[in-house]
Every structure is written in C-alpha cells, then in structure tokens.
Design a protein. Structure first.
Length: 433
C-alpha cells in the first residue's frame, strides 16, 4: 500500500485533514479495548484506492525549536512516504519555515503535492498564486474545516503513487516481524534466531523492496523476518521518538503474517507495550507475546505463572496469543519460538469445513440457547467461513442486532475449541438471511 505523509508548520490544520482522510475508519477500530486513541498513522481511501496516511505533526520532539521539529518531520515524510502533502496556509503566505521545509522536500525528489489550506471560499483562491514560487507546481486550494478541494488534491496524490508491484507472491513463506519498545531486545532476538542451529540465512537479502528483510529457512520451511523500528539504528533524533517507532512498527506489521510483540521481563510491562501490541491485534495478524530477558528474573516456583497472569490481564485483547518466555542473550528456550510462529501462521491461514463448522454452531446453540432481546430471539440459520488471514466467519441470522457481543464471544470460543486457532484472531459477522 502506498504511504502519504502530511507535512507543514504546527497549527496549520494537518490533523484536521488527517482526520478527514481517515476519520471513519478510526472510529471502527477504536472499539478495541486497550488501544491508543492518538493516532498519527492510519488507513484512508480515495475512490478505489486505499493507502496509509502519516500525520507528521503528531511526532513530537519535546521542546526542540520549531525548525528542528520541522526538519525532523520532513525527514520522516521523505523516509517513509511515497507521496508528500506539503501544507501551507493561505492566510499567512509563505513563511521562513515553509521555505526551509520546501528546500528539504525539494532535494528529496519525492513527489510533493502542495496544499494551501484555509481557502474557505472561492474569493480566497486569488491568494494562492504566490505559492507557485515554492517550486512544487500547481497549488491545490483546500479547506480542512469545510472539507473543500480535497478531491482534486487527492486525485493528484493518487496520480503519483508508484505502480503497485505485486509483492505478495502466494507462496508458503512465513513473514514475521518483531515489535516492541526500544531496547526490549528485538535486534538481539533476531540475531539469536538466525544464529540457531540449522538456520540457513539466504544470502540474497532483500527479496522485497526493503533490503533489510532477512529470508532464512529452518527444517525445510521458508521464513522472512520483516525489518522493524529500532533495528536500523541510524541515531537521528526522531528515531528515538515513540511515535516514529510506531510508524515503523505499523509498516512492518502490515507486511507480516505473524507479529512477535516483545516485552522486557527486566523492566516489566509498560503502557507503551500495550499500545504497540494493540496495533498488531487491530491489523488482524497472528500474534505471539514474547517475554524476553527472562534470564534477568530471579525465579521462584510461581514466577512464570505470576508473570503470565499479569500479561493475560494487561493484554486481554490478545487472549488468543501464546506467551513464550525466553532470553535472547542466553538463548534459553529460543528453539521454542519458530515452531510457535509456524503454528500461528498455519492457524491464521486455516480454512475449516463448512459442514463441521455448522455442527459446531448447532451444538453451541443447543448447549447455550441464544438470548432474547426485547422479546425477540436470535435465530441462527447457517455459518460459513468467508476468508482467511485472519479466519473470518459469517453467521446468517434472523436479525443481526440480536447478536449480543457476549453471545458472539461464546460462539468464538466454541469455534476456537473445535478447530484450534491458537495465535490468530478470528472474526465473526452476523448477517441477515
Ligand atoms: P532493540 O532496541 O529492541 O533492538 O533492543 P536490543 O536488541 O538492541 O537490546 C537492548 C539491550 O538489551 C542490549 O543491551 C542487549 O544486550 C540487551 N538484551 C537483549 N536481550 C536480552 C536478554 O534476553 N537478556 C538480557 N539480560 N539482556 C538482553
């Protein structure tokens, strides 16, 4: 999917535009408990094209001066985006900071679409001509608050998208990524995994457009580790910011089948861990929770059980994810990881037989009759699996609104017990017959 970044001075209206582009979708995912609300990276759609948008304004750098912030934002956009929307403000004209950003963007050779915001009525279009001097061609007048001009701007943005190379060749290579806070041990774990016995790292690195991905095989299975935030340490100021690492993580998640979300046993679980794991869950990927640095913990009889209980209560939304305790440093239990990755990826792509599925549903109904809401009773006629990655099921019913989430949850558990979907989320949709 192509990525679009919005760059511009603070308070110029970037977030308003971002929310207009992605607004509806955000409200859908925000139902997930434990998931962050302040997002700066999300999916958007224009006509038949879906793409991802980054609001670089959301990447705060503490109290760095304006120009430093602007340069960092422009750099994120250049590094991460296929097309950049450069926003200026019709009321302020061209400011020094605008010129500074323009210079950086210009040098990058990335396609830039110049959007002049706060053009709230047609008379104000007279004011946009001075912006030609920024050197990005035709300025597009828009109004974030009134939602004007966005269509023309987006047509131009989409025009600049690179030809989509069909990257996802359907093979049985298992793509996985490691996500987590800086210093949880992502790079160490990658190195330990690759250093295991009988792991054969392919010397043709970069089978996809990011040359950092690492293909390898073990026991005749092919894997690719997708590069994630924090593994390429370039040491620039913005790399250490929380939100920047989230953008990197999201891009990696999107390209993965299985996501390993790492927790540092030494520092314990932190808020940020939950946010990061929440993104993997939302993306519908198979997930494994890895508790790393287990060597640092003084262990008694119940230590692991206690830690596990804590993980389960902090990551309720990941109740399907197995938990693996290991040490990237001592390599203890590291051999248990790839079998889990394999199993999760198989479950993520699993198709079940329709007749067995329906037996399971009918048994479930017999065991726990569907509830009535306002005197009306939910009737289930038929269920079918409509897709994989993640496995998704449609249940045909008399009235979808009667499908209470607790009942849906009950059906999900029955399906899980019957078919074994460890490691993968599954989705159930109620449809009217
Ligand atoms: P990343 O930022 O997530 O890639 O983290 P790194 O792999 O760079 O690791 C951060 C620090 O944690 C380094 O000093 C590692 O040596 C250390 N570390 C990583 N894994 C382990 C582990 O299993 N046990 C211990 N004790 N230290 C670890």
């Amino acid at each position: 999917k192509s990525v679009v970044a919005i760059v511009g001075r603070p308070n110029i209206g970037k977030s308003t535009i971002f929310n207009r582009l992605v607004g509806e979708r955000i409200s859908i995912v925000e139902d997930t408990p434990g998931v962050t609300r302040d997002r700066i990276y999300a999916e958007a759609e224009w006509l038949t094209t879906t793409f991802n948008v980054i609001d670089t304004g959301g990447i705060e750098l503490g109290d760095e001066p304006l120009l430093v912030q602007m340069r960092a934002q422009a750099q994120v956009a250049i590094d991460e985006a296929d097309v950049i929307i450069f926003m200026v403000n019709s009321r302020d004209g061209i400011t020094g900071a605008d010129e500074e950003v323009a210079k950086i963007l210009f040098k990058s050779n990335k396609p830039v679409v110049l959007a002049v915001n706060k053009v709230d009525n047609p008379e104000m279009r007279e004011n946009i001509y001075e912006f030609y001097s920024l050197g990005f061609g035709e300025p597009f007048p828009i109004s974030g608050t009134h939602g004007l001009g966005l269509g023309d701007m987006l047509d131009e943005v989409v025009n600049h998208f690179p030809e989509q190379v069909q990257e996802e060749i359907e093979d049985d290579t298992i793509r996985f990524s490691l996500i987590g806070r800086p210093n949880v041990g992502k790079s160490s774990l990658v190195n330990s995994l690759l250093g295991q016995e009988r792991v054969i790292v392919s010397d043709i690195a970069g089978t996809t457009r990011d040359a950092i991905d690492t293909p390898f095989s073990k026991d005749d299975r092919d894997f690719v580790i997708i590069d994630t935030a924090g593994m390429r340490k370039r040491g620039k100021v913005y790399e250490s910011t929380e939100k920047y690492s989230i953008i990197r993580a999201l891009k990696a998640i999107e390209r993965s089948d299985v996501v390993l979300t790492l927790i540092d046993a030494d520092t314990g679980i932190q808020e940020q861990d939950k946010k990061i794991a929440g993104y993997a869950h939302e993306a519908g990927k198979a997930v494994i929770i890895v508790v790393n640095k287990w060597d640092t913990v003084d262990k008694g009889e119940k230590t692991m059980k206690e830690f596990e209980d804590k993980v389960r209560s902090d990551f309720r939304f990941l109740d399907y994810a197995p938990i693996v305790f290991l040490s990237a440093k001592t390599k203890k239990r590291i051999h248990t990881l790839l079998p889990k990755v394999l199993e999760a990826s198989e479950n993520h792509a699993k198709r079940v037989q329709t007749n067995i599925l329906n037996e399971v549903i009918m048994d479930a109904l017999a065991m726990n009759p569907s509830p009535s809401i306002k005197g009306q009773k939910l009737k289930i006629f038929y269920a079918t699996q409509v897709s994989v990655k993640p496995p998704s099921f449609v249940v045909f019913v008399n009235e979808p609104e009667l499908m209470h989430f607790t009942y849906e949850r009950f059906l999900e558990n029955r399906i899980r017990e019957a078919f074994g979907f460890e490691g993968t989320p599954i989705k159930i949709f109620a449809r009217k017959r």
